[in-house]
Ligand binder design. Structure first.
Ligand code: AVJ
Length: 617
């Protein structure tokens, strides 16, 4: 069981060293100067990138994980893949979502289809590390790591694959956005040549959206991306004995409206000369001279507007939706937002020396879709992500719609959310909410709220299960998951806080407000569509309230933690999932607008009243 992993290597011994030399000579003698992004990822760069994926501004990783999580089962069912090839597998963290779906029992207990997994990467250490873990986690799965540069060596793959069933090639993380149009076309042509009829491609890409969301994702407030950008200079200093003064370069991130890509650059803060000893090369930088280090292209779907519609006169306008809306304001940075991505422990950059091999880790990371805004439930394992492009599933921009389907027509959930926004804002005026914001709320009042909300949540979980019972097949898993996530994560939040506030969760008895709300919800949930509409005020409303409160930066630590939990983008994602199911239900005629609106409105009233909770008698 513990036989060592065999890595198939297709990289000539000095491949990476030679590639780095060639790229640096070419890039630094070009005008304007440029360096390819693949050299960011030595060990320190990889850690910095991991940190980027947890930044509040960097939505792509969370979005992609969320999508993968929601759709992996569907991908497994549609492709029936016998082999999963992953290009630029890196730590293969999100891959587990696919592996689990492809190896677990399928719908109706159909047998698992996946027999082997071929991660392809230029980092042997990354291949060994993740491969070894996967062998343990997925007994019976053949893991066959391939050390190769997928931008030039896709031709080696067909020989490694016995023709025993369809192959799924996954290229996630939005890494394809690093390729400019010409090399991108070449890469896709190579990929096509290495693909047989009946094979599948799962491509994760980020979509064009409001630059007010895009730019901060590449220019975060904490300066992590700036450090990541400058890291390429450290790599060259170390690997090629150069003398870049790293601190004399500033990070620049720009949205190129015409190309629809983000450009990262390093700007020389003064005139300076740099010597690269191993290349016998000396180059000068003028004061203010900029060198491009990365493009990250964003895409549009063929079938619908993402942001803004392709024929829109301007790419620079503000968000198209009002501030309370569910979708496009996504990553508007949420001050108190906790970075909860349970799968990634917080790792600090170590600055440890890096084995040369690792120097060029081409990781697939990233993006996809838009980060929603607005939900109450926390996701158990952060969120997955990637969007099948070749799979014929609807793609995220089409779903993203909460922004608006069919030429800008808002969806039902969007109409509801727009309509409900004032009522959520009105909650800010409630004395209890004010007390949370100011930090001087009587802990006794909060304790009662906590006990009541705990009792509320128990029934809330039952609402999800009641909806799951009626759900169309494609949403059954989603609703079971929402039930579980609420039961597991949110109730643990309450249990943790109960200890701090001396609340008695077990002995508490429902008060009238709580009873009225839960009775209403449980009744509404007897009808699938109505039930989903009734859930929205709680899921989306709490997320919005959390974000509004986070902006006020509550000072009392216990309240601040509570606020951060609800302001967390992961809660927002759960609300988005609920909204999508509602929209599906509406489209398929399971609910009409009038009854959804009535249920939504009534739930909103209960939300406000819930701030008055007290115990009977
Ligand atoms: C890993 C290339 C997809 O373009 O978003 C993150 C890299 N650069 N922040 C991206 C990146 C700056 C990332 N990719």
């Amino acid at each position: 069981m513990t036989r060592p992993l065999q890595v198939d290597s297709f990289l000539p011994a000095d491949y990476l060293a030679e590639a780095l030399r060639a790229d640096v000579v070419r890039g630094l003698t070009a005008s304007p100067k440029e360096l390819p992004p693949k050299w960011f990822y030595d060990e320190r760069g990889s850690v910095l990138f991991e940190e980027i994926t947890r930044l509040p501004e960097y939505y792509p990783t969370r979005a992609e994980r969320e999508i993968l999580r929601a759709r992996a089962t569907e991908v497994a069912a549609r492709t029936g893949a016998a082999t999963l090839v992953e290009l630029g597998s890196g730590s293969a963290e999100k891959t587990r979502l696919l592996l689990t779906a492809l190896t677990g029992p399928g719908r109706g207990g159909r047998p698992a289809t996946l027999r082997r997994y071929l991660p392809v990467d230029v980092s042997e250490s990354a291949l060994l590390e993740s491969g070894t873990a996967l062998v343990q986690e997925y007994p019976g799965l053949v893991v066959r790591p391939v050390l190769a540069d997928f931008t030039h060596q896709l031709g080696v793959l067909p020989d490694l694959l016995p023709p025993d069933g369809p192959r799924l090639t996954a290229f996630l993380g939005g890494t394809i956005g690093n390729l400019e149009p010409a090399p991108r076309a070449e890469f896709l042509a190579e990929l096509r040549a290495a693909t047989d009829p009946g094979d599948w491609l799962l491509l994760g890409t980020d979509l064009v959206k409001d630059p007010a969301v895009l730019v901060p994702a590449y220019d975060d407030a904490a300066g992590v991306t700036a450090e990541f950008n400058r890291n390429v200079l450290r790599v060259i200093n170390r690997e090629l004995r150069a003398d870049f003064d790293v601190d004399a370069f500033e990070h620049v991130a720009r949205w190129d409206t015409a190309q629809e890509w983000i450009e990262m650059r390093l700007r020389s803060t003064r005139a300076q000369q740099v010597t690269i000893a191993d290349l016998d090369l000396s180059v000068t930088f003028g004061a203010g001279e900029e060198m491009r280090t990365e493009v990250s292209a964003k895409f549009r779907t063929g079938s619908g507007p993402s942001w803004p519609p392709p024929d829109s006169p301007s790419n620079n306008g503000g968000p198209t939706r009002p501030p309370g809306s569910l979708s496009p304001s996504p990553a508007r940075s949420e001050p108190g937002a906790a970075r909860s991505e349970p799968e990634g422990r917080a790792v600090r950059p170590t600055g440890r020396a890096v084995p040369a091999r690792r120097a060029a880790r081409s990781r697939p990371r990233a993006p996809l879709g838009q980060m929603p805004v607005g939900a109450r439930r926390r996701s158990r394992s952060g969120s997955p992500a990637a969007r099948p492009v070749g799979c014929g599933t609807r793609n995220s921009a089409e779903r993203a719609p909460l922004v608006g389907e069919d030429a800008g027509m808002p969806t039902l959930s969007q109409r509801l959310v727009d309509r409900g926004e004032p009522a959520v804002r009105a909650q800010l005026a409630h004395p209890t909410v004010q007390g949370i914001a100011r930090g001087d709320l009587d802990p006794g009042v909060f304790r009662v709220w906590l006990e009541q909300d705990y009792l509320f949540l128990l029934d809330y979980v039952r609402v999800f299960t009641r909806l799951a019972w009626q759900a169309p097949d494609q949403h059954l898993g989603e609703l079971v998951d929402l039930a579980y996530v609420t039961w597991h994560d949110e109730l643990s939040l309450h249990r943790g806080m109960a200890a701090e506030f001396g609340a008695d969760l077990v002995g508490a008895v429902k008060g009238p407000e709580c009873t009225a709300y839960t009775e209403f919800l449980l009744t509404a949930a007897e009808e699938y569509g109505r039930g989903l509409a009734a859930l929205l005020p709680c899921m989306w409303g709490y997320s919005m309230l959390g974000r509004l409160l986070a902006e006020r930066e509550p000072s009392e630590p216990r309240y601040a933690r509570w606020v951060a939990a609800y302001a967390d983008p992961d809660f927002a994602l759960l609300g988005l999932r609920c909204a999508e199911m509602l929209d599906d239900a509406y489209r398929s005629g399971l609910v009409d607008e009038a009854s959804a609106t009535a249920a939504f409105d009534e739930a909103l009233k209960h939300e406000m009243a819930f701030w008055d909770v007290r115990v009977d008698g």
